[in-house]
Design a protein around this ligand. Structure first.
Ligand code: SAH
Length: 238
């Protein structure tokens, strides 16, 4: 099989923990694709631009309080040293304050040239570098991680699996959860009976129209039960 290779999709990750990469991105679908150069990954150690003998990257928060904040000057120096002014890739800061990542956004990003991703640590990063370098904050969910690296991996993994030549079957992306605004229908495989549980008869009928109809109904039922917010627009406060 001919692989459409080198989509040109490129991720540049700014991090204080470069040894976390490629991590899980180096395995399975994304790892195979990385090896085949379908996409490329560059990790930049923000500490290379750290200050002084100790390569300091953070300092105490202005106004007081717990924790440390990544310095604007250090992070900006790191970005400026590695991102060309004409780089067309979107620039993100992984952040629980950001816009929640969605499959629609992932699909859009996968069709673009890649992503520049800053991983926060400690309490986060100085607001001035977010503003000054036009970083868009992106969240992977309403909970707090200890650093942006795992969040960056989530973003990259979701994009990379959609690149041409990464998933086995081209169509296996199209029917999945969220792609049509619904959760996916349930799957079954062999054995035909397991611990007294069968497979819905319709799936064994060979009637493709009926099967498609059953799947659509199941997708609707599951979405209504579990994620009614995906169907109804959420109630607005007046
Ligand atoms: N003090 C911050 C949390 C800092 S957590 C706050 O209350 O908003 C440290 C870093 O982990 C963040 O800078 C961010 O890069 C990353 N992070 C934590 N939770 C995240 C999430 N839900 N989505 C994306 N990144 C997250």
């Amino acid at each position: 099989m001919a692989h459409p290779k080198n989509s040109g999709w490129r991720a540049s990750v700014f991090t204080l923990m470069p040894e976390m990469f490629p991590g899980p991105l180096g395995l399975s679908l994304s790892g195979d694709a990385l090896q085949r150069s379908v996409w490329a990954l560059e990790t930049i150690d923000i500490r290379d631009q750290g200050l002084g003998k100790h390569r300091t990257v953070d300092d105490t928060p202005a106004g007081g309080g717990a924790g440390m904040v990544i310095r604007a000057d250090v992070l900006a120096a790191s970005l400026d040293a590695h991102v060309a002014a004409d780089d067309a890739r979107p620039r993100f800061l992984m952040s629980p304050r950001g816009k929640p990542l969605t499959q629609a956004r992932v699909r859009e990003l996968a069709q673009g040239p890649g992503a520049i991703i800053v991983c926060g640590r400690f309490e986060g990063v100085d607001q001035r570098v977010i503003d000054g370098r036009g970083l868009e904050e992106i969240s992977i969910g309403d909970y707090v991680l200890s650093g942006g690296e795992i969040a960056a991996m989530v973003l990259i993994d979701a994009c990379v699996r959609l690149l041409p030549g990464v998933m086995g079957k081209l169509e296996s992306g199209a029917e999945e959860s969220f792609e049509n605004g619904l959760l996916e229908y349930p799957h079954y495989t062999r054995p035909r009976e397991w611990e007294g549980r069968g497979i819905p008869d319709i799936l064994l009928s060979g009637n493709h129209a009926k099967i498609a109809q059953w799947r659509r109904r199941e997708a609707l039922r599951l979405t209504r039960e579990r994620r009614p917010d995906l169907i109804k627009p959420p109630l607005q406060d007046k």
